[in-house]
Design a protein. Structure first.
Length: 288
């Protein structure tokens, strides 16, 4: 009886082996399109892969850093405003990476007890544009990320992520493409688009010089403006809306405060980002 049962088990094993061999031949090998989450008690980060898009980004390998934030928590834009810490990326451990550029979707103005900050709440993907050393080979992206998450207090966080990017299909393509669409479009001061920074001028203020910016935007949209200096150590205040704009436009003003020691406003290059609904633009201006 024992011998017969052993023969039965052997026949079943042969049959199952043939079944799984046939199944394996019809299912393509699994290729990860996301890294594991690196999480703490308030947030988590991971890398996601994007599909190849030769039409709009030739030679670029697309990826993104996806954030999960607990309800009520936020993280920051490349310039955090009055308070906060911007994310810092280290791509130095990657293979076959010539350059890696972080693309920042349009942020929100976040008001709380500590002042005005600039950043994000809820779901967030920061797109990455990777230029490989050798386009014929896959990219192994390794990212060390230092960032902050804040509710009433700010807490430092870190993430260590790794993902091989081959340019194949990815289930994360919709969320990555949506984040890329929210990256501000590069324009010029004086453009005539529906959303445009029409004019920038510097004038004397009560305490120090200030900058006035007129923004054209579609009717009914909530409009905001952010200003950055020529270097990270410029801590410019957030522009505030004021009356007096021409018809169909929104006027913002900010003082030339927060310059680093030795910093001069004259001939400085400022970067201005305007948002209206789900649209955003970016333009640079040289102060006279």
């Amino acid at each position: 009886m024992i011998v017969n049962r052993l023969r039965q088990f052997a026949l079943i094993a042969v049959a199952l082996g043939g079944y799984f061999a046939t199944l394996g031949a019809t299912v393509p090998p699994y290729a990860a399109d996301a890294s594991a989450w690196d999480a703490d008690t308030r947030s988590a980060v991971r890398l996601i892969a994007g599909a190849a898009r030769r039409d709009s980004m030739p030679g670029i390998v697309r990826a993104g850093v996806e954030f999960k934030l607990d309800a009520g928590w936020k993280t920051y834009w490349r310039y955090p405003g009055d308070s906060g810490v911007p994310s810092r990326f280290d791509f130095g451990g990657s293979d076959n990476v010539k350059t890696a550029t972080v693309l920042w979707p349009a942020p929100r103005r976040l008001r709380d007890e500590s002042g005005n900050s600039i950043g994000y709440k809820g779901a967030l993907v920061l797109p990455l544009a990777i230029v490989p050393q050798d386009p014929a080979k896959p990219v192994t992206l390794r990212v060390k990320l230092d960032y902050a998450v804040c509710e009433k207090l700010c807490v430092p966080a870190t993430g260590n992520m790794e993902l091989v990017l081959g340019g194949g299909p990815s289930v994360h393509e919709p969320s990555l493409a949506a984040a890329e669409a929210r990256v501000p479009k590069i324009t010029k001061v004086g453009d005539s688009g529906a959303l445009a920074i029409r004019a920038v001028r510097r004038e004397a203020g009560a305490n120090r010089p200030r900058v006035l910016v007129d923004v054209a935007a579609p009717a009914g949209e909530t409009v905001d403006l952010f200003a950055e200096g020529p270097a990270p150590d410029w801590a410019l205040p957030l522009p505030e809306p004021v009356a007096g704009a021409p018809a169909g436009m929104h006027r913002f003003v900010f003082e030339l405060d927060g310059l680093p020691p030795g910093g001069k406003a004259a001939e400085a290059t400022l970067r201005l980002t305007a948002t209206a609904g789900d649209k955003a633009i970016e333009a640079t201006t040289h102060l006279d």
